[in-house]
Design a protein around this ligand. Structure first.
Ligand code: HEC
Ligand code: HEC
Length: 316
């Protein structure tokens, strides 16, 4: 076909498609700027995305003591959840201590994280100014800001984090030279004579175990198939967030459910007692860590979960 006929065919196709608007063009509606803005929440290292606002270290201490200290410790030192202070300069040593003070390269990341996710049990509850203030206080706990510092959308991006230049792209997962990040001899035959050993390099006891038994978390997706299978108590514990802090057999932030079963084995009104405790939250029975009030789990789901816990929390 000569090129002018090809061109003519192309024009005909354009003309034909213009005459009847395709169905998809009638779908949806253009988004208004304020609708886009509600999704456009990221905050960048240079401060783009930060809302106007301000807060001082002093104001931040009040916010911190009220909303954060119960989990992160009075001076950000608690390892029940995560330490927020300390470890500056320790990353290259044999005992690296990773905190937001020691590891982050930009202070805006700290603001963004707190703004999106903290307090853990009531995220998005802080005002913009409170987030500036508590960010300033956490930086002060890390000796990065002086006690009289005030942060706003202009000064926060100027804060120089100690690990600003500590990030590297020269390790396996981040090669930038186009080469694959695995090194292996090519194998075309009998390659699995020795089964591969899969292992985790995270330090045992901390991050390695932090989220406990993960299989019930996966289960909900598998079970959620159209067959409308009633979720198991373990799946209910997962979907209601209990397994963020508890595991069936191991102590995490909260006690192992099997230990709860042992402790309450001889207590006649254990279900009622524990229902009230889980609803109200609290600490002191198992240690100093705090269980936030569990307000979103339904009565029916909570009864099922507690029945499962008190029966020993066996794997389903
Ligand atoms: C109920 C307990 C709880 C409360 C209250 C709480 N946090 Fe957290 N915080 C956590 C947990 C748990 C994590 C880890 C979350 C994860 O890894 O998914 C965390 C993580 C963080 C991190 C990230 C730490 C890191 O090393 O990456 C910051 C920063 C933080 N919290 C700040 C705050 C601030 C500020 C407040 C108060 C406004 C607060 N938290 C209140 C439990 C809590
Ligand atoms: C943010 C962490 C966290 C979450 C989420 C959480 N717990 Fe707890 N839980 C704890 C801690 C910490 C304790 C220990 C409290 C104490 O020592 O009094 C605890 C204690 C308990 C106990 C024993 C109470 C007692 O007085 O002996 C039960 C039962 C329990 N949790 C069930 C649940 C259930 C069910 C859920 C989900 C609906 C849940 N927890 C969610 C942290 C958590």
């Amino acid at each position: 076909m000569c090129s002018s006929r090809l061109l003519a065919l192309g024009l005909w196709l354009i003309a034909a498609s213009a005459s009847a608007a395709p169905a998809w063009q009638a779908l949806g509606k253009p988004l208004a700027a304020d609708e886009i803005a509600s999704w456009d929440i990221d905050v960048r290292p240079d401060g783009v995305g930060l809302p106007p606002g301000h807060g001082s270290v002093e104001e931040g201490q009040v916010v911190y003591d009220t909303h954060c200290a119960s989990c992160h410790g009075t001076f950000g030192e608690s390892t029940d959840y995560l330490a927020l202070a300390g470890g500056v300069g320790s990353l290259g040593t044999a005992t690296p201590q990773r905190t937001v003070g020691s590891k982050l390269d930009y202070a805006t990341t700290l603001w963004d994280y707190i703004n999106r996710a903290m307090p853990f049990n009531r995220s998005k509850a802080l005002s913009v100014n409170e987030v500036y203030a508590v960010t300033a206080y956490v930086l002060n706990l890390n000796d990065i800001l002086p006690a009289d510092a005030v942060l706003d959308e202009r000064s926060l991006p100027q804060v120089e984090m100690p690990n600003r230049r500590g990030f590297t792209q020269t390790h396996g997962m981040m090669r930038t030279d186009g080469k694959p990040d695995v090194r292996n001899a090519t194998c075309m035959k009998d390659c699995l004579k020795t089964p591969p050993q899969v292992s985790s390099a995270l330090p045992a006891g901390f991050a390695h175990q932090l989220y406990g038994e993960l299989s019930p978390h996966f289960r909900q997706f598998v079970v959620a198939a159209p067959a409308a299978v009633a979720p198991t108590p373990a799946a209910l514990a997962a979907s209601n967030g209990c397994l963020a802090c508890h595991a069936a057999q191991q102590t995490r932030v909260g006690p192992a459910f099997a230990d709860v079963a042992r402790r309450y084995a001889a207590v006649a009104d254990a279900p009622a007692q524990l229902r009230q405790k889980v609803r109200a939250g609290g600490s002191g029975v198992w240690g100093s860590a705090l269980m936030p009030p569990q307000t979103t789990v339904t009565d029916a789901a909570l009864d099922q979960i507690l029945g499962w816990i008190l029966a020993g929390a066996a794997a389903p």
